[in-house]
Design a protein around this ligand. Structure first.
Ligand SMILES: *Cc1c(COP(=O)(O)O)cnc(C)c1O
Length: 264
């Protein structure tokens, strides 16, 4: 039964550093095997789950090793850090960037310039600014609407009840390709409370799909990270965002990225 799957948050901060292309290949193979096992338990095809490696806080040298090991899309939480890395790695012309963290409207133009995906859309003002900047750049962007499924005050994202009205406004932003919903689950070793966040996101997506405006794709569910991606897959994740299990533990505390979060 799927309900026996535990979180791996107890390993948080303890993953060994990946220091060679071999280390990255090994870690990627391990994560893909965990994805495949979770898919088997859930009766799903592993081809329906995309792995997004998350490289935040890691130095350029480490990202280059990940690229050499086959990574072609990297997730970054902070837009300025992502933009610096993009500039420094222009020589890798097949490397694309996904911005997965909260974005202030005044930094939308940076995302419009270089990102191929943005997973933390949470306001109409931001959608409007992104769309305008993208039109100027002649670019488009895949976007995910971030939902606060745990309803903790510290988390970004729309309250689930506000998502339907929000999604109805999105067709007017022609440069935004709406792919689906994204969430960060409760950070807990209690697997069932974590699972409840994922179930909630899937339920919301299923309801929205029935009433989605034309041109709004709501197929994707971006949910699950190193400590909980197997549970997310069991509940329908189509994108999992995995950092530490591929790159190694981070030096900076997570509170630097997720307001309100201290040590695990
Ligand atoms: C850092 C981060 C992840 C990945 O977390 P890991 O514990 O390193 O796997 C996933 N999603 C978001 C939004 C993040 O900021």
């Amino acid at each position: 039964m799927t309900t026996t799957t535990r979180t791996a948050h107890d390993r948080h901060g303890r993953y060994p550093q990946a220091a060679s292309v071999e280390d990255f290949r090994h870690n990627l193979a391990t994560v893909h095997a965990r994805i495949a096992a979770a898919c088997r338990r859930a009766g799903r095809d592993p081809a329906g789950v995309r792995l997004l490696p998350v490289s935040k806080t890691k130095p350029e040298a480490s990202l280059r090793l990940a690229h050499a090991a086959g990574c072609r899309l990297l997730g970054e939480n902070k837009v300025q850090e992502a933009h610096h890395k993009w500039e420094a790695m222009q020589d890798l012309d097949d490397l694309q960037w996904s911005v997965i963290g909260h974005l202030q409207t005044n930094k939308a133009k940076l995302v419009a310039r270089f990102a191929s995906e943005f997973q933390a859309l949470d306001s109409l003002r931001l959608a409007e600014t992104l769309d305008r900047r993208l039109q100027l750049e002649g670019r488009s962007l895949d976007v995910f609407v971030q939902v606060n499924t745990s309803e903790e005050d510290s988390k970004y994202g729309l309250a689930p009840a506000d998502v339907p009205a929000f999604v109805r406004e999105l067709p007017r932003f022609g440069a935004l390709r709406v792919r689906g919903l994204m969430t960060l689950a409760l950070f807990s070793e209690d697997a069932e409370r974590v699972r409840a966040c994922f179930v909630r996101l899937r339920g919301l997506r299923d309801r929205l799909r029935q009433e989605a405006p034309d041109g709004i794709g709501l197929e994707d569910l971006s949910m699950g990270m190193s400590g909980d991606f197997e549970i997310a897959i069991e509940e329908g994740a189509t994108v999992v965002r995995v950092g530490q299990a591929i790159f190694g533990a981070r030096d900076l505390p997570d509170s630097h990225y997720w307001p309100g979060m201290g040590a695990p």
